[in-house]
Structures are given as C-alpha cells and as structure tokens.
Design a protein around this ligand. Structure first.
Ligand SMILES: [Zn+2]
Length: 88
C-alpha cells in the first residue's frame, strides 16, 4: 500500500499542474504506474491512497484496504495479507 502525497503524484482533488516542475511530476506518475504493474505481476495488491484521504476519511480507507485484501484474485493463494507499505 502506498500513501501518495497529493502534490507530487498528481492527486485529482488537490493537484494543480505547476508551470516549472510538470516534468518531474509526470515522471513520478509514470514511475508509479510502472511500479504498480510490476508489483501486480508479483502478486501484490497495489492500493494507492491519497494523503488527503487519510486525513478526511480514514474509515473509508480502512474499508478499502479490507475489501482489496478479500477480493484480490491471489488472496486465496497467499497465507498472509500482502499489504506492502511504501513511503514516497
Ligand atoms: Zn489530495
């Protein structure tokens, strides 16, 4: 599971495209998508949560985590919940 900071990862609610560092942010987003694909192939459930969601709606975030571990197609093959914590 990753917590993305609103600004650097292009949060749809808070993100305003900056004039000078747009390339850097696009690079972050592209890297995120690429990592998602790699992790999914390895059997991870990739769940991305915006930083503002932790603040605004923690209950809903917890619910999404629960659902994603239950509904993951690989869940039955794994002994433990596979939530990978990452920092950005
Ligand atoms: Zn946000």
């Amino acid at each position: 599971m990753f917590v993305d900071r609103c600004f650097w990862h292009g949060c749809p609610r808070h993100f305003v495209w900056p004039r000078d560092s747009g390339e850097k942010i696009q690079g972050n987003i592209n890297r995120d998508r690429k990592n998602d694909g790699l992790l999914t192939e390895e059997g991870w459930t990739v769940l991305r949560i915006w930083k503002h969601e932790l603040k605004d709606d923690l209950q809903q975030v917890v619910e999404r985590m629960r659902l994603s571990t239950e509904q993951s197609p690989t869940a039955g093959m794994r002994k433990k919940h596979q939530i990978k914590w990452g920092r950005v």
